[in-house]
Ligand binder design. Structure first.
Ligand SMILES: *Cc1c(COP(=O)(O)O)cnc(C)c1O
Length: 398
C-alpha cells in the first residue's frame, strides 16, 4: 500500500484540524524544561506559571525526590504487573493504609491515575439496568466512567440540586442509582453543594460518589477535601482523590468502606487490567501525605491568598465566576479572546492557560489562574498588575 493512499484515508483529519484552527480551538504542546514550579521554563520561554495543579508546591519538593530515589535504589523502577499479579508492592500497601488513615475510612485503593480511579469506580458501581446522575460540569473522567458503565446517564445542570431531585424521583424502575460530582469543580473553582446533594441522594436511596481531585490536600481542616470542608464525609459512599495534583506525585485513589474497596479489587477494570504504578511513585505519595499532615499552613495560607487574589481581580472588573478556591477563572466568553489574552500574558512573562470548548461550555472560555502555595507574594502582585494593564487595553467584549 502506498504512502499516498494512507495519507488520503486520513485526509479528514486535515480538514478537522483546519476547522479547529479557524475556531480558535487548536492546541499546542509545549515542553517544560526543569521542575514544575512557579518559575517556569517552556522551550526557550521563561516566566511565572499560574498553570499547574501543584497547589502545595510539592511536585518539585526535595523530600519527595529523596523518597523516590531511596525507593528506586531498593525496589527498582518498574512494577512489572497488575496489582493482583504480583505488581502490588509493600509501598503500595503502606500507601493504601496511610490513605485510609488520612481519609478516616476503613480502606483505600490506589490506581494508576485519578482518571482511571474515576472511570473504573463508576463502571464498577453501576451497569446496564442502573442509572448514574452527573453534574453537567463534571470532569471528563467522570463522564467517561458514566459512558463506560453502560448504565443510563442523566445529567443535571451545574449546581441545580432541585433538578437532580426531580430526576431521582423518576428513577424508581432502575436497579441501582449513583450520583457523581466533582467536590471542587476544576474549571469554575466552585465547591459542589454537597450537603444538598447528600440529602437528595439519601432521599432516593442513591449512592453518592465525590471526586476530590482538586480539593485533596487543600480543603478541610485535615486537608481531606470538599466533603470534609462541608461536613458530609460520612454521607459519601466513595471518595476519589488524585495523588497528582496537590500531592505532587502520580496516581489516583478511592477511599471508602472495606467492602467497597474489596468490590473494586474484583471489578474496577483499570485496577485489574493495568500495571501497578511504580513502588517509588507510592513512596513519593507517602512523603507528600506527611507534608500535608505536618504543614497544614500550606493549605490555609493558599486559601487565604486565593481569597485575596479573587477579590483583587474582581475589583479590577474581571469576572471570576463562582470561584471559591485556588482555581480562579477569568471568564472572557469567546475562545479567540481567551487565546489573545493568554498570548499577551505569555509575551509579558506569565503562563496562564486559555480554557476553551470542549473543556468548558460554549461562551465560557476563560483564562484559568491556578494559585499555588509556592507562589511568592511579588509574583502574585506582578500578575495582578499585568492583568490590570491588559484590562485597560481590552475593554470587556472586545
Ligand atoms: C485531573 C482530574 C482528574 C484526573 O486525575 P489524574 O490523576 O490527573 O488522572 C480527575 N478529576 C478531576 C476533577 C480532575 O481535575
Amino acid at each position: 500500500m502506498s504512502k499516498h493512499t494512507t495519507h488520503n484515508r486520513l485526509a479528514w483529519i486535515d480538514h478537522e484540524l483546519d476547522q479547529l484552527e479557524r475556531g480558535g480551538l487548536s492546541r499546542r504542546l509545549r515542553t517544560r524544561l526543569g521542575p514544575q514550579r512557579p518559575e517556569l521554563r517552556l522551550g526557550d520561554w521563561q516566566g511565572i506559571s499560574f498553570g499547574s495543579n501543584d497547589y502545595l508546591g510539592l511536585a518539585g519538593d526535595a523530600r519527595l525526590a529523596e523518597a523516590v530515589a531511596q525507593a528506586v535504589r531498593t525496589e527498582g523502577w518498574g512494577s512489572g504487573a497488575s496489582p493482583l499479579l504480583a505488581g502490588h508492592a509493600e509501598a503500595h500497601r503502606r500507601l493504601e493504609a496511610q490513605l485510609a488513615q488520612f481519609e478516616q475510612v476503613e480502606a483505600a485503593l490506589v490506581f494508576g491515575s485519578g482518571f482511571a480511579a474515576n472511570a473504573g469506580t463508576i463502571a464498577a458501581l453501576v451497569g446496564p439496568g442502573d442509572v448514574v446522575f452527573t453534574d453537567r460540569k463534571n470532569h471528563a473522567s467522570l463522564l467517561d466512567g458514566c459512558r463506560l458503565s453502560r448504565a443510563d446517564v442523566r445529567a443535571w445542570p451545574h449546581g441545580d440540586v432541585e433538578r437532580l431531585d426531580a430526576l431521582l424521583a423518576r428513577s424508581g424502575r432502575y436497579r441501582r442509582r449513583l450520583v457523581v460530582t466533582d467536590g471542587l469543580f476544576s474549571m469554575d473553582g466552585d465547591l459542589a453543594p454537597l450537603v444538598e446533594l447528600a440529602d437528595a441522594a439519601e432521599r432516593h436511596g442513591a449512592m453518592l460518589m465525590v471526586d476530590e481531585a482538586h480539593a485533596t490536600g487543600v480543603f478541610g481542616l485535615g486537608g481531606r477535601g470538599a466533603a470534609e470542608a462541608l461536613g458530609v464525609e460520612l454521607r459519601v459512599d466513595a471518595r476519589v482523590g488524585t495523588l497528582s495534583k496537590a500531592l505532587g506525585s502520580i496516581g489516583g485513589f478511592v477511599a471508602g468502606s472495606r467492602r467497597l474497596i474489596e468490590w473494586l479489587v474484583h471489578r474496577a477494570r483499570p485496577y485489574v487490567f493495568s500495571t501497578a504504578m511504580p513502588a517509588a511513585a507510592a513512596a513519593a505519595a507517602l512523603a507528600a501525605l506527611d507534608v500535608v499532615h505536618d504543614e497544614p499552613e500550606r493549605r490555609t495560607e493558599l486559601l487565604r491568598r486565593a481569597e485575596q487574589l479573587r477579590r483583587r481581580l474582581a475589583d479590577q472588573g474581571w469576572n471570576v465566576g463562582p470561584s471559591a478556591s485556588q482555581i480562579i477563572p477569568l471568564v472572557v466568553g469567546r475562545p479567540e479572546r481567551a487565546m489573545t489574552m493568554a498570548e499577551k500574558l505569555y509575551a509579558r512573562g506569565f503562563y496562564v492557560p486559555a480554557i476553551r470548548p470542549p473543556t468548558v461550555p460554549e461562551g465560557e472560555s476563560c483564562l484559568r489562574v491556578s494559585l499555588s502555595w509556592a507562589h511568592l507574594p511579588e509574583q502574585i502582585d506582578a500578575l495582578v498588575e499585568t492583568l490590570a494593564d491588559l484590562r485597560d487595553q481590552t475593554p470587556p467584549g472586545a
